[in-house]
Design a protein around this ligand. Structure first.
Ligand SMILES: *[C@@H]1O[C@H](CO)[C@@H](O)[C@H](O)[C@H]1NC(C)=O
Length: 371
């Protein structure tokens, strides 16, 4: 049970850690075994002693307000296991609440483990656009040649998992922010990928209020077996006006998107430069889509379409095939807004959507595609 005293001790430990390495030896709540499996019940102890452990068990950790569960720079080959319930104190700050980095790291969870952001404390329907400052949730940055599997995450304050890594596999991860549907959850993206190569995400479940997947930059990305609901669908972009503006060789396949604003989407930024190439969306089943089944537009600026597409971020080598399912009455099946000659070499297979209407507003639709 947390007490004021133990919180004070934690803060003291954290403060002395920040002031001077090496770690204090009086951290009392971890057991270091000869096999160097360490079980931690406090975030500060885990952060302080992480490099001594080849296996780190995070057991019912209550991360203090305004602090990160910081497992950065782990030793090569470290295993991290979430156990029990991981919770976070309340503070308005940018986060992240969890950070894990290193090489050849394996992150898993024991049966029944839940990482619970209790996001309702921050939700105010404004997400990252205003209101309370909300902490980002999980940074998988510089988590290279590594695997994350079987995590269950609930109710993140805003965006859930930010990926900036090389050769990372994420499998069987559930992000359930459905409590935010009627409760002010906003910008609760499931997976945001940027500046990454060789990312494989299989069998994710995402219930949220923004993109299930958003790829802003990166190469050699494979996504399959997803169940997405409640949010904005499977997105690339917006691409342009960032540090890295190349999206290349992406496959998004074998997924369902339900009760969401869009099914699949590519957005590039107005008057910016970059490229989107060799992207495949295939075998994606839609239902309950409210805005667009398939939407591809080159006119985004400050998070909104301008209606004026530009050609600085061409979309080439796009394959769209096996996009089936149903939309709400006032949704649009397919919308394509390209600048002249900047959408080329597209392959358009089976796109069979029912329930919505067709668009009269498409521009510069490349040959093969239909709007
Ligand atoms: C495309 O990315 C996949 C990983 O998703 C990789 O296996 C494949 O080799 C890449 N293709 C090219 C041409 O780089």
């Amino acid at each position: 049970m947390p007490s004021l005293l133990s919180h004070l001790l934690l803060i003291t430990a954290a403060a002395s850690l920040a002031a001077a390495a090496p770690a204090p030896s009086r951290v009392s709540d971890f057991t270091k075994r000869s096999s160097s499996t360490c079980t931690f019940t406090e975030a500060a102890s885990a952060s302080a002693s992480k490099s001594d452990c080849s296996t780190i068990v995070l057991s019912d950790i209550e991360v203090p307000a305004g602090e990160t569960l910081d497992l950065s720079d782990l030793s090569d080959g470290t295993q991290v296991i979430f156990d029990g319930t991981t919770t976070f104190g309340y503070e308005e700050w940018k986060g992240p609440l969890i950070r894990i980095s290193g090489s050849s790291i394996t992150v898993t969870a024991n049966d029944g483990a839940v990482i619970n952001g209790d996001g309702s404390r921050w939700w105010d329907s404004e997400g990252t656009n205003g209101g309370k400052t909300k902490p980002k949730f999980f940074y998988a940055h510089s988590l290279d040649d590594s695997t994350i599997s079987g995590l269950t995450i609930k109710n993140t304050p805003v965006q859930a998992i930010s990926v900036q890594s090389n050769n990372l596999v994420i499998e069987d991860v559930t992000i359930d922010n459905s409590d935010g549907d009627d409760n002010g959850g906003h910008n609760t993206d499931g997976f945001d990928i940027s500046e990454s190569t060789y990312i494989t995400i299989t069998n994710p479940t995402v219930k949220n209020q923004d993109d299930c997947l958003a790829i802003n930059s990166g190469e050699n990305i494979y996504w399959s077996g997803a169940t997405c609901s409640g949010g904005h669908g499977l997105s690339i972009g917006s691409v342009g006006d960032r540090d890295d503006n190349t999206v290349k060789n992406v496959t998004i396949t074998d997924s369902t998107v339900s009760d969401s604003a869009n099914g699949i989407r590519i957005k590039t930024t107005y008057d910016a430069t970059g490229s989107v190439s060799d992207v495949t969306f295939s075998d994606i089943t839609l239902s309950g889509i409210t805005d667009y089944g398939v939407v591809i537009e080159q006119d985004y600026e400050n998070g909104s379409p301008t209606g004026t597409p530009t050609d600085g971020v061409p979309i080439t080598g796009l394959t769209v095939d096996g996009i089936i399912g149903s939309l709400e009455d006032d949704a649009v099946e397919v919308y394509i807004m390209c600048a002249e000659d900047s959408c080329t070499d597209w392959t358009w297979g089976d796109v069979s959507l029912t329930g919505g209407s067709t668009s009269d507003d498409c521009e510069n639709v490349p040959s093969g595609a239909s709007c």
